[in-house]
Design a protein around this ligand. Structure first.
Ligand SMILES: NC(=O)c1ccc[n+]([C@@H]2O[C@H](COP(=O)([O-])OP(=O)(O)OC[C@H]3O[C@@H](n4cnc5c(N)ncnc54)[C@H](O)[C@@H]3O)[C@@H](O)[C@H]2O)c1
Length: 358
């Protein structure tokens, strides 16, 4: 069995590789990543990519065709992976997240790949506070990132069939420790605030709903999608991935963190612009289709894991919202220093320096 994992050098990727490596020790695992966050490692005893059999440093926009030779399943995680980056690099986001994903899927189908798993997002439900959203609810993508996921799902539907099984996993917002930790995710951010400064500042009025899922449980769902039988889900499936119990309001998350970390104050920014991205999600379909792959982590243990992980790292940067723990910050730094071009390709022949400097 040969499995290609794109975007394996990000936040979720190392957890996916870890899981596949332990459950399928004989599988050939191939990683492919452009490496934007390759050096954002924390506490990793080894380079996580040592666990794959082959690693391509490549751009999904210029895919070497041989990558797909003999591959059975593609787990497609590579993307510009959140709203702030999508807003800053809108065209590139559509190019990487949508157009390159579809090109990859077409190449995969012609190469005889049997299963294609796409890391999609519940953020496509946008402003949706009325009822928990099911897979049949109308989509309301509010950002370039969310739009890119909607467009990709729609085109993937047309490509599925004739032995090509497509599963779009509409993930809740991730949380939890990883070898490449990100702190630009709501729960991770709150725990980092609590550990570093004993004060959690909520950047909204605290009311938006946000379903969450732990990274380890995302990896579990990805494994399920790669190997699921075609029935009952069908050759093409879009499914919400998370659990009904993990629909929280942002304020509740902050309060839960304050209960786990001693002497922490929670402050709400009363002047914040309302955050329109608020949605509750119904995960019944995932429960029905994947009863043995349901999320296991709970909120309290996820908070404890993050707290302990950050403390073990000696983390105490109260200004981390301006640090490399934020994906947008990393990309912006790489751009400003001239390492990345406008369309986020590596400038291999350009000496490092500020953009425009000679
Ligand atoms: N983190 C979340 O809350 C969340 C929630 C829902 C869905 N997802 C999706 O899961 C996937 C992985 O998310 P993540 O949190 O690990 O993101 P991440 O940004 O940490 O990792 C994405 C990886 O993709 C790589 N990449 C980006 N553009 C590429 C290109 N052109 N060619 C090759 N590689 C490229 C990056 O270098 C990075 O290693 C993404 O598709 C994301 O949209 C994430």
């Amino acid at each position: 069995m040969k499995i290609l994992i794109t975007g394996n050098m990000g936040y979720i990727g190392p957890c996916v590789v870890e899981r596949l490596r332990s459950f399928y020790p004989d599988a050939t695992l191939i990683g492919l990543d452009i490496g934007y966050f390759a050096n954002c490692l924390i506490r990793a005893e080894i380079f996580p990519e040592c666990k794959v059999d082959q690693q391509y440093f490549a751009d999904v926009r210029d895919l070497p065709p041989e990558v797909l030779d003999g591959v059975d399943a593609v787990l497609h995680l590579a993307a510009i992976s959140n709203d702030p980056m999508g807003n800053a690099f809108e065209d590139v986001t559509l190019d990487i997240n949508h157009r390159a994903s579809i090109r990859l899927a077409k190449m995969a189908k012609s190469a005889g790949v049997k299963a294609f798993v796409f890391a999609s997002s519940c953020s496509m439900y946008g402003a949706a506070e009325d009822q928990p959203k099911t897979e049949d609810s109308p989509l309301n993508p509010l950002t370039a990132y969310a739009k890119s996921k909607v467009l990709t799902e729609s085109d993937l539907r047309g490509l599925s069939g004739c032995g090509f099984k497509v599963t779009c996993l509409r993930f809740a917002t991730a949380c939890g420790m990883s070898d490449r930790l990100r702190l630009d995710l709501v729960l991770n951010d709150f725990v980092a605030c609590a550990v570093a400064s004993k004060e959690i500042t909520i950047l909204s009025d605290g009311t938006p709903w946000r379903p969450l899922i732990h990274v380890k449980d995302m990896a579990k769902a990805i494994e399920w999608a790669a190997f699921r039988s075609i029935e009952p889900g069908g050759t093409y499936l879009s499914v919400n991935v998370g659990s009904n119990e993990w629909n929280y309001q942002v304020r509740q998350l902050a309060e839960a963190v304050a209960e786990e970390v001693a002497d922490v104050r929670v402050s709400v920014n009363k002047n914040a612009m309302p955050d329109k991205r608020s949605y509750q999600v119904n995960f019944d379909l995932f429960r029905r289709l994947a009863p043995d792959y349901q999320p296991e982590m709970d909120l309290r243990s996820s908070i404890k894991e993050l707290k302990n992980g950050l403390e073990e790292m000696g983390f105490r940067d109260p200004d981390f919202r301006n640090s490399n723990y934020m994906r947008l910050k990393v990309l912006t730094n790489l751009r400003n220093k001239g390492y990345l071009s406008e369309n986020l390709k590596w400038c291999k022949d350009q000496p490092a320096g500020r953009v425009g400097e000679k």
